[in-house]
Design a protein around this ligand. Structure first.
Ligand SMILES: Cc1ncc(C[n+]2csc(CCOP(=O)(O)OP(=O)(O)O)c2C)c(N)n1
Ligand SMILES: [Mg+2]
Length: 741
C-alpha cells in the first residue's frame, strides 16, 4: 500500500489560512509528519516488544515517552550535515533523520544487513553513516566526550580546509572527511547519565572552547529504578549546570512537540551561530519501564505511573491535532493504519533477513584497508652516509640521539606531512599563555618529559594544546576527532593515571569499527609514558600493566626498547588505520643504550615484527621495553663467564606479536625465558609462555620460564625497587639455570 499524503484538514479549501498558521514555526503539515513519526516510533517499540515475547528478537529498549523531544530535535537539525551522538531512546529522532523502520528491525533481529552494526549490537544502538549518526554503544555517557571531539574536528576543518584532502599511503586514503562551516553536534543522554564524570568533563570542555555542541538531557526521572533526586543534588540538573559560561540553556516539557521545537531551535541557533554550546533539559516520561528486562511496577506505585500517563506525548499530540482541527479522527485513523501497515511490512522483511555468517566474527576488528604488519610499513633508515670531506678527513657521522629526541623529531615530521594530526594532553604544550612565548619571556615546557617540546611553537596552539587534567577527556575527545578523520596523537602523562580513560579505551576506541561493522573507525594514537627502574618513581610513577591492553581486540599495542624502533614504530602508529596504544618507557627516554641518528621522515617499522637483538644457541629470551638492555647485559655476562649464548628477541609490538620469530628461535635453542617488567602473575608473558607450551611442546628441552617483577607494587626506596623489578642478575641466573637444565 502506498502511503497517502495525509494533509491538514482544511487543506483543500483554506490554503491561505494554512500558510499563515504555524506553531512555533512548524507548519500543520510538519505537525502531522511529527505525529506520524512519533506514532511510528511507538508502534515499532510495540512490535519489538511483541517480537521479543515471541522470541524472534533478543532484547528491547523503547523510546516511548521520549518521542516529542526527539522529533523536535530532528526538525531543528539537519541529517548528513549536522552530527549526531544519540542515545538508545532516540528512535523518533533517528526515524525523522531518515533511518527506516526496516533498518531498525534489522538490528532487532540481528541481521547481516543491519546498517548500524551488522547484527553485532542490540536494538536501539543507532548508527547511520549516511546520516552522520555516529555508532552508539551501551556504556551510558561515553558518547558525550566523543561529541565534544566531533565538534572540535568540525571547527578544525573549517580553519584547516586543506586537512580534508585525501592522503597517500596512509589512513587518509580510506577516511572520507566532510564538514560544514556551521555544522552542529547533537548529543543526548538520560538524567541518570548526568552522574557520570565524563558528562561534567564534556560540559567543561565544550564551555571552555565554545564548541557547537547541543547537549540534550532527556529527564524521565529514573535511571532504571533510581530516581532523579538520588542522582542529582537538588533533583534538577538545570540548576547544577547553570553557571557554565558560553552556554545557552533551555528547560522544557519534552513531551510537548511545539515547546520542545522552540527550545531546540533556540539551542541549535546558538550553536550554529558559533555562540557556544547549548543545554536542553527536557522533562519526559518512561511509560514502558527501563527495558523489557525491567518491571517498573516493582518500584513505582500506580498513582505515579498514572500521573506520567497524563503526559504521554502521543496522546498529547493526538489531542492537539484534533483540537486545532489540523486532522479529524478519520485523518488520524488513516494515518494510524498506514503506519501499522508500514510496520507490518518492515517486520515481515526483517524476519526473513539472513543472519551474519559465522565466519564474519573477526571482520573489522582491524582496518580491512591498511595492514600495519605489511611490507608497506617497512622502510630503511635514511641516515646521511659518512663521506670524505674536502680535506680528506671523513666527516663525522650524525650524532646518535635519544629515544626522547627521535620521538620528538618523528612527531614534528609527521605533523609537517599531515595537517590532520593534532596533539593534546596534560602539559604537552610549550605554554598555554601564548603571549609569554611571543614575548620571549619563557622557553616553554612541551611535556613533563619534554617529548612534545617545540611542537606548539612550530605548529600553533591550534594543533598542539594542553587538555584539562582529565584522562577520559583526553581519550574521549580523541575518539570523536578520529571518527571525523583527524589523527589525534594524544598523551597520557603516566601509565599509572590511565585508568580514568579506561571506559573509552576498553569500550570505545578499539570497538568503534567492529561494532559499526566498519561504518565508522577511530584510529587515534595514545602515547603513554610507562614503567619503572626510575630510582624514586615509587608506586604511582612506575607501573606497567600492558597485558590489560593487549587483552583488548582492536587495539594495537606497541612498546619500543630503543630510539630507532621508537621513531619507526611511532610513524607506523600515526600512519596506520587502527587505534594504537604507544607505550614509551620513561627510563629509556634518555638512556645511552639504543641511541641512534634520526632515521629520516619516512622511516617505518611494521607492527608484529620482532628484532633479534643477538643470535645465540643455548637459550632464547623473549622480552621488550626496559628489560631488553638488562637482558642483553645478562646475556653478554653469561657468554663471558660460561660460554653460553643467548638468542635475544625484542618483540617491539605486543599486539600483534611476532609468533614466527618466537617459534623459529625456540625451535633452534629449545629453551626459552619470557621476561617482562610487569608483575609476574597474569602478565603479558603468561600468554606467550602458554602458547609456546601449547604449540612448541615437542621442541622444548626445558620448562618455559618467566622472569618478571614480584607480585606487589613498585616501592619508592631504591633497594626495594630493585628487589621488586627484574634485574640483570635475575635474568642471568635464569638464563644459566635454563641453559644447563
Ligand atoms: C556506564 C554504565 N553503567 C551502567 C549501565 C547500565 N544501565 C543502562 S541504562 C541505565 C540507566 C540510565 O538512566 P538514564 O541515563 O536516566 O537514561 P534512561 O534509561 O532513563 O533513559 C543503566 C544504569 C550502563 N549501560 N553503562
Ligand atoms: Mg532516565
Amino acid at each position: 500500500m502506498a502511503t497517502a499524503k495525509i494533509e491538514p484538514k482544511g487543506s483543500s479549501t483554506a490554503v491561505e489560512d494554512r500558510k499563515e498558521k504555524t506553531y512555533q514555526g512548524l507548519t500543520q503539515q510538519q505537525l502531522i509528519d511529527a505525529y506520524r513519526i512519533m506514532y511510528l516510533s511507538r508502534k515499532l517499540d510495540d512490535r519489538e516488544i511483541l517480537l521479543k515475547r515471541q522470541q524472534k528478537i533478543f532484547f528491547q529498549i523503547s523510546g516511548a515517552g521520549h518521542e516529542a523531544i526527539g522529533i523536535a530535535a530532528a526538525f531543528a537539525l539537519k541529517p548528513a550535515y549536522d552530527w549526531f551522538y544519540p542515545y538508545y531512546r532516540d528512535r523518533s529522532l533517528c526515524l525523522k533523520l531518515g533511518a527506516t523502520p526496516l533498518e531498525m528491525l534489522l538490528q532487532a533481529v540481528g541481521a547481516a544487513d543491519d546498517p548500524s552494526s551488522g547484527g553485532r549490537q542490540m536494538p536501539s544502538h543507532w548508527g547511520y553513516n549516511r546520516l552522520n549518526v555516529v555508532t552508539q554503544s551501551s556504556p551510558t555517557g561515553t558518547q558525550i566526550l566523543q561529541a565534544v571531539g566531533c565538534a572540535e574536528a568540525g571547527l578544525y576543518y573549517a580553519r584547516h580546509p586543506q586537512a580534508t584532502r585525501k592522503g597517500n599511503s596512509d589512513y587518509r586514503e580510506f577516511k572520507h572527511v566532510s564538514f560544514e562551516p556551521d555544522e552542529v553536534t547533537y548529543v543526548s543522554l538520560g538524567d541518570g547519565t548526568t552522574s557520570e564524570g565524563e558528562f561534567w568533563e564534556a560540559l567543561n570542555s565544550a564551555s571552555n572552547r565554545k564548541l557547537p555542541v547541543v547537549f540534550v538531557v532527556q529527564d524521565n526521572e529514573y535511571a532504571i529504578s533510581v530516581p532523579v533526586e538520588v542522582q542529582t543534588a537538588g533533583g534538577n540538573i538545570s540548576r547544577l549546570v547553570a553557571n557554565f559560561p558560553n552556554f545557552h540553556f533551555e528547560e522544557v516539557d519534552g513531551t510537548d512537540v511545539m515547546a520542545s521545537y522552540a527550545a531546540m531551535s533556540q539551542a541549535v541557533g546558538h550553536a550554529r551561530a558559533r555562540q557556544g554550546p547549548a543545554f536542553v533539559h527536557a522533562h519526559v516520561i518512561r511509560p514502558y519501564s527501563h527495558s523489557l528486562s525491567d518491571d517498573e511496577r516493582l518500584y513505582r506505585p500506580e498513582q505515579e505511573r498514572q500521573r506520567d500517563a497524563q503526559r504521554d506525548p502521543l496522546t498529547r499530540m493526538h489531542g492537539f491535532l484534533i483540537r486545532e482541527r489540523i486532522l479529524d479522527q478519520d485523518g488520524i485513523n488513516l494515518l494510524h493504519k498506514e503506519v501499522e501497515h508500514e510496520v507490518q511490512e518492515a517486520t515481515d522483511r526483517a524476519l526473513e533477513a539472513a543472519p551474519p555468517a559465522k565466519e564474519s566474527i573477526t571482520r573489522f576488528v582491524y582496518s580491512p584497508d591498511l595492514d600495519p604488519t605489511s611490507s608497506a610499513f617497512e622502510t630503511q633508515p635514511a641516515v646521511a652516509p659518512v663521506v670524505a670531506s674536502t680535506d680528506g678527513e671523513p666527516k663525522k657521522a650524525p650524532a646518535p640521539k635519544t629515544m626522547a629526541d627521535l620521538i620528538n623529531s618523528c612527531l614534528k615530521d609527521e605533523m609537517r606531512r599531515d595537517e590532520r594530526i593534532v596533539i593534546f594532553g596534560e602539559d604537552v604544550a610549550d605554554c598555554s599563555r601564548e603571549q609569554y612565548l611571543s614575548q620571549k619571556l619563557i622557553k616553554g615546557k612541551g611535556g613533563v618529559f619534554k617529548l612534545t617540546s617545540g611542537l606548539q611553537c612550530e605548529f600553533s596552539s591550534d594543533r598542539v594544546f594542553n587538555s584539562p587534567l582529565a584522562e577520559a577527556n583526553i581519550v574521549g575527545r580523541s575518539v570523536g576527532m578520529a571518527t571525523r578523520g583527524l589523527k589525534p596523537v594524544v598523551e597520557i602523562q603516566f601509565f599509572d593515571y590511565i585508568w580514568p580513560a579506561m571506559m573509552q579505551l576498553r569500550d570505545e576506541l578499539p570497538l568503534i569499527r567492529w561494532r559499526s561493522n566498519n561504518a565508522f573507525s577511530a584510529p587515534a594514537v595514545i602515547r603513554v609514558a610507562i614503567g619503572g627502574y626510575l630510582t624514586g618513581g615509587a608506586i604511582y610513577h612506575s607501573q606497567c600493566g600492558e597485558s590489560i591492553f593487549t587483552h583488548i581486540p582492536g587495539l594495537r599495542v606497541v612498546f619500543p626498547s630503543n630510539a630507532l624502533d621508537a621513531a619507526g614504530l611511532l610513524r607506523t602508529a600515526i600512519r596506520c588505520d587502527d587505534p594504537v596504544l604507544f607505550l614509551e618507557h620513561k627510563r629509556l627516554y634518555r638512556e645511552t643504550f639504543g641511541r641512534a641518528p634520526y632515521p629520516g621522515p619516512d622511516y617505518m617499522v611494521p607492527f608484529g615484527k620482532a628484532r633479534v637483538v643477538q643470535t645465540g644457541n643455548h637459550v632464547t629470551v623473549i622480552t621488550y621495553g626496559a628489560v631488553v638492555p638488562r637482558a642483553l647485559q645478562a646475556a653478554q655476562k653469561l657468554q663471558r663467564e660460561h660460554g653460553l649464548t643467548v638468542e635475544l628477541v625484542d618483540l617491539r609490538t605486543l599486539s600483534p606479536y611476532d609468533w614466527q620469530t618466537i617459534s623459529a628461535s625456540v625451535k633452534k635453542t629449545n629453551r626459552v625465558i619470557v621476561a617482562y617488567e610487569d608483575s609476574l602473575s597474569w602478565g603479558y608473558g603468561a600468554e606467550i609462555a602458554a602458547r609456546i607450551a601449547d604449540e612448541l611442546f615437542e621442541d622444548l628441552d626445558a620448562p618455559v620460564r618467566r622472569v618478571a617483577a614480584k607480585d606487589t607494587f613498585v616501592a619508592y626506596q631504591p633497594q626495594l625497587e630493585n628487589a621488586i623489578l627484574p634485574q640483570t642478575e635475575d635474568l642471568l641466573r635464569a638464563m644459566k639455570e635454563l641453559a644447563q637444565y
